[in-house]
Design a protein around this ligand. Structure first.
Ligand code: NAP
Length: 338
């Protein structure tokens, strides 16, 4: 459970912290992908990137129609020379993720940054690709994509002699992911933690979204450790950011929030435009943020659990379990980080 110090940091950041886009930022010549770019924080992020003169912007959306509607607005805020493309990506479907990653690797001349923003907050238990859908979308497919585009980021970095970046959208809500849900799975049954969390009889959907964010933070740190290879020319920065509590469509599956939540949001909530500044900051924050969790555009400690001995052990095991799954989905992609 979240400790007093976790909650103090969360509230302090949300109430008194601020977000910003680095002064003088200019993305001329760069190619950036934003997943979940048709709504909420991803959409506002894409608009910022357009204002910052990005050359090629790829909106990764599960609905081409919604993506095109977003594109019409984004193109109207940016430079008319900017290329904006809508590419289909459905994180509930591994084939879609594999096809997207392959398209990136084989057709894009360069890739400067991936902003892995798409995510869901579900109330009902459903499954996609054999695991509970929140876990599939927010964790497994998310990482399948991040690893799947790594060769293009490495190649761009080496070719142009610049760092490239993967910014993963995490959350301050990771502090509420129950530690017991990350306990080692029972031995000898041939199941992993993701299987345990996908049992309809025992799955606890209340804290499921928070748990998915704890899991993505946990594996992001392990991914960062292997994304930059020793002795190679390239430099791929991996960081993960908390956009803060923002107005968006994330709670579309929930009933209207209670009065107390609406009052708290009025006091401390952010607009999606403000929150999305943290994503733009993430891709420009440089090598000193490699392997870091950023909140309010600063490196911050993660939850007490993730930094505890049990948390450190859980990170390593979850990464092994994730890689074993990715090996089954695509040995080629697993090979990019082995
Ligand atoms: N809002 C907050 O307070 C807050 C706080 C911390 C972190 N976050 C994180 O910020 C990110 C963006 O969330 P948001 O608040 O902007 O929510 P949002 O308005 O609901 O946007 C989510 C985006 O993800 C896309 N998406 C959902 N499922 C997908 C799938 N299976 N395949 C591909 N794309 C999918 C959505 O596409 P459709 O429109 O087609 O559904 C939408 O474009 C998420 O990772 C969320 O966890 C949000």
């Amino acid at each position: 459970m979240a400790t007093f110090s976790d909650k103090r940091q969360f509230l302090g950041g949300q109430l008194f912290g601020s977000t910003y886009i680095p002064k003088g930022a200019d993305l001329s010549g760069k190619t950036v992908i934003v997943t979940g770019a048709n709504a909420g924080i991803g959409f506002e992020c894409a608009k910022h990137l357009a204002r910052l003169n990005v050359s090629t912007l790829i909106l990764a959306c599960r609905s081409i129609q919604r993506g095109n509607m977003a594109k019409d607005i984004i193109t109207s805020v940016g430079d008319c020379k900017m290329a904006v493309e809508v590419w289909e990506l459905d994180l509930t479907n591994y084939k879609s993720v594999l096809a997207f990653a392959e398209r990136v690797r084989t057709t894009l001349p360069r890739l400067d940054a991936l902003i892995a923003n798409a995510g869901v907050r579900l109330i009902e238990f459903t499954t996609a690709e054999g695991t509970e859908t929140t876990i599939t979308v927010n964790v497994i497919s998310n990482m399948l994509l991040n690893i799947g585009v790594l060769p293009k980021l490495r190649e761009t970095s080496a070719e142009y002699g610049i760092p490239t970046t993967i910014t993963i959208v995490g959350s301050m809500m990771h502090i509420f992911g129950p530690a017991e849900s990350m306990a080692p799975p029972p031995e000898g049954k041939g199941i992993d933690t993701f299987d345990v969390l996908s049992n309809p009889k025992t799955a606890n959907m209340g804290p499921r979204y928070s748990l998915s964010k704890t899991l993505i933070h946990a594996v992001a740190s392990q991914f960062a450790a292997v994304a930059q290879r020793q002795g190679q020319q390239e430099q791929v920065i991996v960081n993960w950011v908390n956009p803060g509590w923002c107005a968006s469509e994330l709670d579309r599956h929930k009933k209207a929030p209670p009065l107390i939540q609406r009052i708290l949001f009025a006091i401390m909530g952010r607009t999606a435009e403000q929150g999305s500044e943290t994503l733009v900051h993430g891709i420009m924050a440089g090598n000193q943020t490699h392997g870091c969790y950023l909140s309010e555009c600063r490196a911050k400690p993660e939850s007490d659990f993730l930094r505890s001995k049990d948390g450190v052990e859980a990170r390593a095991r979850l990464w092994r379990e994730l890689l074993a799954r990715i090996e089954k989905i695509s040995p080629e992609i697993a090979g990019f980080v082995e």
